[in-house]
Design a protein around this ligand. Sequence first.
Ligand code: PLP
Length: 468
Amino acid sequence: MASEERKSLDPDADEMRRLGYALIDRVVEHLSSLPDQRVARRGDRVEFSALVDEPLPQASSSLDSCLDFFFERVLPGMTRVSHPRFHAYIPCPSSFAGALGEMLAAGTNPFVGSWLGGGTVSALELTVLRWIAELLGYDPDAGGILTSGGSMANLVGLAAARAKFGGEVLENGVLYLSREGHASVNKAASILGFRREAIRTIAVDDRCRMNVDQLARAVEQDRSEGRIPFFVCANAGTTNTGAIDPLPEISDLCERLNLWLHVDAAYGGFAAIAPEGQELLRGMERADSLTLDPHKWLYCPMGVGCALVRDPLILEQAFSAEGEYLKDLPDDEVNFLNRGPELSRPGRVLSVWMLLRSAGREELAVQIQADLRLARLAASLLRDDNRLEVDQPTLSVVTFRHRGRDGESEADRSARDTALMEATLADGQLMLSTTFLGGRNTLRLVVMNHRTTERDIRISVSRIRELV
Ligand SMILES: Cc1ncc(COP(=O)(O)O)c(C=O)c1O
């Protein structure tokens, strides 16, 4: 039987170039027309699946047809979280520099689980971790790992603390976070084997900051009852309101009582790059571990978080893996598989590196300062409407709600907030989200996007006021 020449899945070089240029043209078209596009639209599973579902392909089809399919059928229904008027949740605006970094990673495909698999890219990750520590005024000898996001970074922080305090905390340890703490911390605790009863939820003050006296009392009581308090998660920018817990006081308490201080700075941490944010976040640099999210306020594409730990060797205690198949790895170098839960790891560092290297600290400070300023502008423009009650933002989350009318029940008032959120979604020019604050329904408008201009804020606010 004549042997057949094997054909790779890759097209020839000219065809790869043609397709790559076609893709980049369409991405650039998408990015440059973002302000004129709808931000989002609701669709149910029946509608969206009807657009995108197909039987398992048996035969080949052209890559052009795959691109057409995405741009014609998937993209139109996609929520544009990069849109300058996407103000919902915590935006992940990304940037062209970050996207180029992702393309580099996808195109060159480094393996960043081990030094042998991806030495220079691992070295670059070490550099980027050092840059991030320096940007935040964190310990220059700290180390860490880039993760898939903030949830995974919170898990890494908690696993590091568990490794430091030893196995007995699984039986008898206690963790503390505020009522405004992120759900991913509870999730991490559950994944790591802590029982629900091991978590203490500490009350917050009228600005949603952890009540440090109550924290101290809870720790004292747990100790006196024979439990082992070991981990405090403080917030440097809560998801709901951007509140920053009293970090210096909490650091003092943790030092005095020998507790691991983890600061969840997934949303707010990079605000420290701007002078105003640096002042607000004072004390964050005293954490034993920190969660950051480059895919939020460092304008990188979705899929990159960061855990920094003052003593990176603890990460190796928490995550070291052994296997005969790993015996060729140099054990005097950083093998990232020993610092986090993943073995095969992508070159997620490339988007962060590309962004940091191309923008530089000064430009980032300007961008972040602009987000802080525009959030205040949004608050003041909303306040001009006396039908609304608007809170002063700490960072860039503006919370507001309808004022109650005489005799109106809270349920009816709250329904008007939800209806306003739905109306903005249906309108398509901006997107808000809602939450509960102290039991009250509240609207949230977040400004965190280098594409957002004063004009966008004016468009968003005037549309909100028309729809109130
Ligand atoms: C304060 C805080 N912590 C953790 C997370 C989880 O981060 P990720 O969505 O990147 O997993 C978020 C997400 O918004 C957050 O705001």
